[in-house]
Design a binder for this molecule. Structure first.
Ligand SMILES: Cc1cc2nc3c(=O)[nH]c(=O)nc-3n(C[C@H](O)[C@H](O)[C@H](O)COP(=O)(O)OP(=O)(O)OC[C@H]3O[C@@H](n4cnc5c(N)ncnc54)[C@H](O)[C@@H]3O)c2cc1C
Length: 447
């Protein structure tokens, strides 16, 4: 009966659980955590189970308890004038989007898993997505947090204080904590006015270098209305067209790379004119080779569907190892260009694809086994070493081995191996201070 919640979204991790607890209120969550603390029972918090690093999957012992937030699903308040809403942890992102839109507002964070991902999960993974360029990651959108700490005590930090200098910022500590420091039960989230208009373009171009130059041009000429800038190699688009029904190539001919660009703002900004002018300049200067601008919302949604379906299409392609990495934006084209060659030199035949949030210096870098190999056997034999090579490259460039998905169980060991002793010691000290018995999400994030 529990089986759907015992495997992660990618189907990589399978666990067992003694039971699933589903509190419907913060008080119930606190009572349950208190009882677990007394009994020494380990808890694995779970929201929509759409995480990418096995963070919400229990271990194989069968002793751990899943704590699902799915019944904590109320939007407690929405202050349209102030631009804040308080949502409980189990509210699904897409439902939250729709609810605030009814009040003429927008929650400016979205991602491909929006139909499953919950507010608590998004906070706990400090999720990013496709609007970070303008609005930041979840951290920037969290104005307050309510959480049950590992001893069962309630931390009420929901008030959206502009100024609060009472030492360490506990709400920020809980952002990205991956359920290792307690249960987030609700968050106060920043909203922005609903965009009156948006303008989306699908662009064919030669390389990530040119994409970065285009990003710089648009940033300088357009500024804040520039909200999304994603890059997609032809290989990823091709996989989407093959595996995802009712998708079609937006341009007449294939290009090595594509950029998906979106502006959002007021009607008075005349976004189509802004974007057309800049893209005409880019065409003239040879930065881009072809472009189509969405004529309406449906076409914009179709472009985004191509981008948002990449993970699903890649999953249908067969086994691969995924790397969610960041480097300073200016170094990203170098990482994308150099990495396949480094990989091929060490692992002949292995194929590498990078796609995603160029504007944030963050790509998802997938490595597929050689076409003529037994995929799972190849990954079992070489996957870890291939990942190590990629992560070392990322660190050489001053980057992070986890840009937006977190560490979970997938990257726990490599994080401990490659990251700085100072960071790891500080994280361990924080964990030991707040959860001395190690009952919250054991085996995740830090060893
Ligand atoms: C198709 C697809 C596309 C995606 N695209 C992106 C993307 O662009 N950017 C991005 O950042 N992520 C992306 N993700 C990953 C995922 O959606 C996010 O990590 C999301 O934040 C997970 O939310 P969730 O509710 O499913 O959390 P879960 O998967 O249930 O849990 C994730 C982690 O948070 C902990 N947790 C969950 N709820 C709580 C809580 N209330 N209190 C404490 N800890 C908790 C869990 O223990 C676990 O460690 C994508 C996922 C999919 C399936």
């Amino acid at each position: 009966m529990l089986s759907p919640w015992l495997t992660d979204w990618r189907g990589k991790y399978h666990g067992r659980a003694a039971a699933m607890l589903s509190p419907a209120t913060t008080e119930e969550a606190a009572a349950v955590v208190h009882l677990c603390a007394e009994a020494g029972a380990a808890i694995v918090p779970q929201g929509g189970n759409s995480g990418m690093v096995g963070g919400a999957t229990p271990d194989a012992s069968g002793d751990q308890l899943l704590l699902s937030t799915r019944r904590l699903n109320r939007i407690r308040s929405l202050d349209a004038a102030a631009g804040f809403a308080v949502a409980e942890a189990g509210v699904i992102l897409e439902n939250f989007h729709n609810a605030v839109l009814e009040q003429g507002l927008r929650f400016p964070l979205t991602l491909g898993g929006k139909g499953s991902a919950t507010i608590g999960g998004l906070v706990s993974t400090n999720a990013g997505g496709t609007q970070v360029l303008r609005h930041g990651t979840m951290r920037a959108l969290v104005a307050g947090i309510e959480a049950v700490l590992p001893d069962g005590s309630l931390f009420d930090g929901l008030a959206p204080l502009k100024k609060d200098n009472r030492g360490y910022d506990l709400k920020q500590l809980l952002c990205g904590a991956e359920g290792t420091l307690g249960i987030v039960t609700a968050a106060c989230l920043r909203l922005v006015p609903a965009a009156e208009d948006r303008c989306t373009a699908w662009i064919g171009l030669e390389s990530p270098d040119k994409a970065l130059l285009l990003l710089r041009q648009l940033d300088a000429a357009i500024g804040p209305p520039l909200e999304g800038f994603e890059i997609v190699p032809h290989g990823c688009l091709d996989a989407v067209l093959r595996h995802i029904p009712q998708t079609r190539h937006p341009l007449n001919a294939p290009h090595p790379w594509y950029a998906l660009v979106e502006l959002a703002g007021d009607k008075a900004d005349d976004l189509p004119a802004l974007l057309e002018t800049q893209l005409a300049i880019a065409l003239q200067n040879g930065l881009i080779d072809d472009v189509v601008i969405a004529k309406n919302d449906r076409e914009s949604d179709d472009f985004w569907r191509l981008r948002d379906s990449i993970s699903e299409a890649e999953r249908a392609e067969g086994p691969a190892i995924q790397h969610d990495v960041s480097v300073p934006v200016d170094r990203m084209p170098r990482f994308i260009a150099d990495n396949p060659a480094r990989l091929a030199a060490a692992f002949p035949g292995a194929r590498a694809l990078s796609f995603g949030h160029l504007g944030d210096g963050n790509v998802h870098h997938h490595v597929q086994p050689p076409a003529d190999s037994d995929g799972p056997a190849w990954l079992a034999a070489h996957g870890e070493d291939a990942s190590r090579l990629i992560y070392r490259h990322v660190i050489e460039l001053g980057g992070s081995i986890s840009a937006e998905h977190g560490i979970g169980q997938m990257k726990r060991d490599i994080f401990a191996e490659l990251d700085s002793p100072a960071r790891l010691a500080a994280l361990r000290a924080i964990k030991a201070g707040l959860d001395p018995a190690g009952l919250f999400n054991p085996g995740k994030l830090i060893a």
